[in-house]
Write a protein that binds this ligand. Structure first.
Ligand SMILES: Cc1ncc(COP(=O)(O)O)c(C=O)c1O
Length: 509
């Protein structure tokens, strides 16, 4: 144990042989709040939102900039209040998210109500509260108009668009299939197809109680590069110019570019080995052929080849910074606006970061319950945790390979390759085939970058109660979401009276 301090990022550091979040020792957090537990850094959240705001403002002096974080990424009411204090808007999807956004005191003027299949009631509440409605389909405009007329209020709407992106030809990280980004974007259901938009806009511009504010685009995190953002802006602006021509010279008052910027350590899609297909083609016939030499020889070869092809290393190359994304995105946007002779002065620019805002604010702490080893027929090691990938479902869905730190011995040298697995009855390979030190029951792992999409998507599989969330602010640690109890897990169950007589029935059987 040394007394030195090693700074890992704005919230994480290693001090005296332990991992710290801000001024809090993560080992003490587990002692105090239990394991597993989600931990969020307020300092990191405030820093991220300020950096997004400042860097986009610095690069868009032509008009106002509003950062409207996607609340779906982390719907804890306390984090939302922090963002409201910082002057942020909100991107909401559902009535529940709208409720949370309004509860946080966010200005409805900068709440965008997004999403497909909005109910009439949701639309009514959104108009009454004074929020923007981001239209996702053709029929929605007519429902919004009907409700606005009933309320005798003007509804502020924007069209969520679906430009073509033939310039985005590199492979997408968004889909399991190895397809180019432009095809991956087509497969994403959101937004109004351009062929309908041309007529729809003309209609909207004639409606008394509809104020068409501008456009919205969100395609998702397909690529972690500046190239992706530069290419997207070109095609987005090209579509805006086409619509302007079709709509008799319409100029938008606001333009949103959605989210999709990577988390700096970017775990997204890293579980997918893009070399799997060719490896399979070579490896599988050879392994089949080796059967003629008997199981022993086959397993011996399999063991050594396995180490070569299965070993994984979490991403160590940091993505471009928020400032670099802001500069590249706005530069490309401005050039395209100039090229198409679109009006820029006074244009309100909006963005909706989710993962890149919340992701690196969070770590998930979990305790090793046991380790397990086998030598035959193939060497395999397991480190079992008291958590599960059912608590990190967003990451599972997005094929994350999270980076991790052993919180109570961050400097320990790796000695073996192991699967770090969760406690559910599934394979639960949370961080498979990675190098780990000699870990023991009681050791604590910190799974990094779990602030976005993880806690919000946790489920109760195997009747496991979901963990608490702790907010760190300097040396203070407060519970902002309680851990579930077993009673909570079964709280929604209703046993009909006729089934309460199981005893009698089983005796009868
Ligand atoms: C409309 C909209 N905006 C923003 C986001 C946030 O995206 P990300 O977390 O990739 O930044 C999403 C996420 O799905 C979204 O649907």
């Amino acid at each position: 144990m040394g007394n030195d301090v090693k700074i890992l990022d704005e919230s994480l550091s290693i001090r005296n042989g332990h991992l710290y979040v801000e001024e809090c020792d993560t080992v003490e957090l587990v002692e105090k709040f239990g394991s597993p537990v989600f931990v969020l850094s307020e300092k990191m959240l405030r820093s991220n939102i300020r950096r997004f705001k400042k860097s986009f403002e610095d690069n868009w002096p032509e008009g106002k900039v509003t950062v409207m974080p996607a609340i779906k990424a982390n719907v804890t009411l306390s984090t939302r209040r922090i963002l409201t204090q910082e002057g942020a808007g909100v991107d909401v999807y559902s009535p529940g998210e709208l409720m949370a956004a309004l509860d946080s005191g966010a200005d409805p003027e900068v709440i965008s109500v997004n999403g497909g299949g909005k109910t009439e009631e949701h639309i009514r509440n959104s108009i009454k509260s004074g929020c923007r409605i981001t239209l996702d389909d053709v029929d929605e405009l007519y429902v919004v108009e009907k409700v606005a007329n009933q309320l005798d209020m003007k509804a502020k709407v924007r069209f969520r668009v679906r430009p073509d992106f033939p310039n985005l030809w590199r492979p997408t990280a968004f889909t399991l299939e190895l397809v180019p980004i432009d095809l991956g974007i087509q497969a994403y259901k959101s937004g109004i197809p351009t062929e309908h938009l041309i007529e729809l806009g003309k209609q909207a511009l004639k409606m008394k109680n509809i104020e068409l504010m501008g456009f919205h685009l969100h395609t998702g995190r397909h690529h972690d590069t500046l190239w992706y953002w530069e290419g997207m802006m070109k095609q987005y602006v090209k579509l805006i110019a086409t619509l302007k021509a079709e709509w008799g010279g319409y100029e938008p008052k606001e333009v949103s570019i959605g989210g999709g910027f990577p988390i700096p350590r970017d775990p997204f899609g890293r579980m997918i080995n893009r070399a799997d297909a060719p490896l399979f083609m070579v490896f599988f016939p050879i392994m089949g052929f080796l059967r003629i030499f008997g199981d022993k020889a086959r397993y011996k070869i399999l063991s050594s080849v396995m180490q070569l092809i299965l070993n994984r290393t979490p991403n160590k190359k940091l993505a471009s910074t928020i400032e670099e994304f802001a500069e590249a995105t706005m530069d490309s946007f401005r050039k395209a606006m100039l090229k198409h002779k679109l009006k820029m002065n006074g244009l309100h620019f909006q963005l909706e970061p989710g993962r890149s805002l919340y992701g690196n604010c969070g770590v998930h702490l979990s305790t090793v319950t046991k380790t397990k080893h086998q030598k035959k027929p193939i060497v395999w090691n397991w480190v079992l945790l008291d958590t599960t990938y059912f608590f990190l479902t967003g990451g599972t869905y997005e094929q994350h390979l999270h980076d991790f730190i052993w919180a109570n011995k961050p400097e320990a040298k790796p000695v073996m390759t192991a699967d770090i697995v969760g406690t559910s009855c599934y394979g639960d390979r949370m961080i498979p085939e990675v190098r780990v030190p000699d870990v023991q029951p009681g050791d604590i792992i910190a799974i990094l970058d779990t602030g976005a999409y993880q806690e919000v998507s946790a489920s109760n599989f195997n009747a496991l109660p979901r963990p608490a969330t702790i907010l760190i602010n300097g040396s203070s640690a407060e519970i902002i979401k309680k851990a579930e109890t077993l009673e909570d897990v079964f709280r929604r169950d209703i046993v009909p009276d006729r089934l309460k007589t199981v005893d009698k029935l089983s005796k009868a059987v």
